[in-house]
Design a protein around this ligand. Structure first.
Ligand SMILES: [Zn+2]
Length: 70
């Protein structure tokens, strides 16, 4: 999507995505001190990050097998 140079909604311009990759929420500038839209997202992102680090050594097929319970 192209940037609109004449936008009047500064909050939209400065909004950014929630830090949780599974969350589609955007956070407005008024909450820009916060990387996540909610505490749940903060916890989820933390789990994802740790899981990704652990699973990084495995092949995708192995990861799927483990996540799906063998
Ligand atoms: Zn979120």
């Amino acid at each position: 999507m192209a940037m609109e140079a004449n936008t009047t909604d500064l909050d939209t311009v400065h909004a950014f995505s929630c830090g949780n990759p599974l969350c589609a929420e955007t956070i407005s500038r008024t909450r820009s001190w916060h990387r996540f839209c909610s505490d749940d997202c903060k916890q989820q992102a933390s789990i994802i990050r740790r899981a990704a680090a652990l699973l990084n050594v495995l092949a995708d097929a192995e990861v799927l097998k483990i996540v799906r319970g063998g």
